[in-house]
Design a protein around this ligand. Structure first.
Ligand SMILES: Nc1nc2c(c(=O)[nH]1)N[C@H]1C(S)=C(S)[C@@H](COP(=O)(O)O)O[C@H]1N2
Ligand SMILES: [Mo]
Length: 532
């Protein structure tokens, strides 16, 4: 009979399992996951109180990361660790989406449940954040799940099915063509990418807008003098004495830069004090404003690294605010916390000891501008001589007086030292590492720092030769770095340059090499140079 082949085909289709090709199923899953992510980002962009699920998952990753992995993240990605982490989270989510697409070929219900679980992870991560409001986070998660499930169903229905032999199974009714599937998947995928990117850029953009608005800051009572001409050298490639805000290093755990409305902002001083004090921004900046140059550094900075910078800071003396509250005897630790609940912690003695008082500032300006959002708007702490993680809280919201035993700052239980004064370090900026230079006089120059002991000497060694004294520029003060330079008579061949500094107390920088954890990297910065 002429119908024999037509009649046999449905039988074959019914016995051999018909499936969507795995590549298309994976694409369907990826597009579904991307759509759910995009909904989450857009929701976060328009509704405060529902944080970005991608950022929330990244934050959870940072928080649950084992000690030392901050180094790995910073090391791998430099100061671009945040975007890289967000990309990593998104890639993992899309990979899970692809897997769910494959599962959906045989067990659609399990795949749909998988999407709910995936959205649920973002939901739980979001709830950990300070700005999260349960109802809004729940609403966002519900929308993400609905959209994810819808997109997956639509794409699966649009995909062509194949029989066991790989041929397209005819007479399957709902199943579509490869072309139709790809058009739908491409369209929905493009929408998801555009929506997600728009949401992301809106979330990031908001942080910078708020920061530039509405902060009236009076003039300081003692303006820091402009550094004298002899405090810096004019050498191409040498780090500027004062680092501009736009190129200042940035380190923090905040995946989304906190955007603080200065009008609602307060600083609360509490704990072991006679009277708790709460100041609005206007009340804070009515107190005498002081100005000083201070070099701050990150404990994660490798020898020769860039996680250190010097700026002019304007702010209220920490001790003025502490005096308003009246610190009780026995309050051995100062714990400054941020609006995103990050905390530093350092000995009260560091800023109050009469024999060595350090002018710690509650800074509101950086290089004559209101603090940039990335550097802690509207107020942060700057404590001369201590690494950032124990002292330099950005987006400051409260200062608690407690004991050293009662509380450990954020990074301490994660494997970093409880007390962390900045180690003496020096760096060669020019010539660049592995540079090729012509024989004859070559300018060697860099920076050296030991806040707040100051730098008394910098020496350079060529290969295994004598240590030669470098010319040190006039320091602005003991709490800032100095530039140094040396005219080197370079001879042909490959050479190694080393640098070492001596602090203001006469102590030579140690050559004992250590890793950054737990209390800062030690050792001399050395570079290779070839001279022709
Ligand atoms: N709120 C908050 N403040 C913070 C941090 C943080 O993670 N959160 N990181 C600290 C660390 S480790 C350093 S080194 C300095 C860096 O300051 P900067 O980004 O302005 O250079 O900020 C400190 N203040
Ligand atoms: Mo740091």
């Amino acid at each position: 009979m002429s119908t024999s082949t037509a009649a046999s085909t449905p039988v074959a289709a019914a016995t051999a399992p018909r499936r969507i090709p795995s590549s298309l199923a994976a694409v369907a899953g990826i597009v579904a996951a991307a759509s759910a992510l995009a909904v989450g980002e857009l929701f976060a962009a328009f509704v405060t109180g529902a944080p970005s699920p991608v950022a929330a998952m990244g934050a959870a990753l940072i928080d649950f990361a084992p000690p030392g992995s901050k180094d790995i993240i910073v090391g791998l990605f430099g100061t671009n660790d945040k975007p890289a982490l967000l990309v990593l989270v998104a890639v993992v989510v899309l990979a899970v989406g692809a897997a769910l697409g494959l599962v959906a070929r045989t067990r659609p219900a399990v795949a749909m449940a998988g999407i709910v679980v995936l959205v649920g992870v973002g939901f739980l991560a979001s709830l950990r954040l300070a700005e999260a409001q349960l109802a809004l986070v729940l609403l966002s998660a519900a929308l993400q799940a609905i959209v994810g499930i819808q997109v997956l169903s639509v794409l699966l229905a649009a995909a062509p099915a194949v029989d066991a032999a790989g041929g397209v199974a005819p007479g399957t009714g709902a199943a579509g063509t490869r072309r139709g599937f790809l058009l739908r998947a491409g369209g929905l995928g493009a929408l998801a990418v555009m929506g997600g990117a728009l949401g992301r850029s809106m979330v990031e953009g908001r942080a910078t807008q708020v920061a530039t608005a509405g902060a009236e800051i009076p003039q300081p009572v003692d303006a820091a003098p402009t550094p004298a001409p002899d405090s810096s050298f004019d050498i191409a490639g040498l780090t500027p004495l004062v680092v501009p805000n736009s190129s200042f290093y940035r380190i923090d755990t905040a995946l989304v830069t906190p955007s603080v409305d200065v009008n609602g902002w307060t600083l609360r001083v509490h704990g072991m004090v006679r009277n708790e004090v709460t100041l609005t921004f206007a009340q804070l900046v009515e107190l005498p404003l002081h100005e000083q140059y201070v070099t701050i550094a990150c404990v994660s900075n490798e020898v020769g690294g860039q996680l250190v910078g010097n700026a002019k800071w304007t702010g209220v003396r920490l001790t003025d605010v502490l005096d308003m509250a009246g610190v009780l005897p026995g309050a051995t630790q100062i714990v400054p916390r941020s609006i995103d609940d990050w905390a530093a912690g350092f000995p009260t003695e560091w800023v109050t000891a009469p024999e060595r008082p350090r002018d710690a500032l509650i800074a509101v300006k950086m290089n004559d501008e209101p603090l940039p959002a990335a550097h802690g708007f509207p107020a942060r702490l700057i404590v001369p001589g201590l690494y950032g993680y124990v002292s330099a809280t950005k987006w400051l919201s409260e200062i608690e007086l407690t004991t050293l035993e009662a509380f450990d700052a954020y990074w301490v239980p994660r494997g970093w030292a409880k007390e962390a004064p900045i180690l003496t370090q020096s760096r060669i900026d020019v010539p660049a590492r592995n540079a090729r230079v012509a024989a004859g006089p070559v300018a060697v120059a860099g920076v050296a720092w030991a806040p707040d002991r100051g730098i008394s000497r910098v020496e350079v060694q060529v290969d295994d030769g004598e240590w030669q004294p470098a010319t040190v520029a006039t320091p602005i003060g003991p709490q800032t770095w100095v530039q140094w330079k040396l005219a080197w008579q370079a001879t042909a061949g490959d050479h190694r340059l080393s640098v070492r500094a001596t602090d203001g107390l006469g102590e030579v920088q140690t050559d004992m090499v250590t890793r950054p954890d737990p209390d800062g990297a030690r050792g001399y910065h050395q570079i290779a140079v070839s001279v022709a």
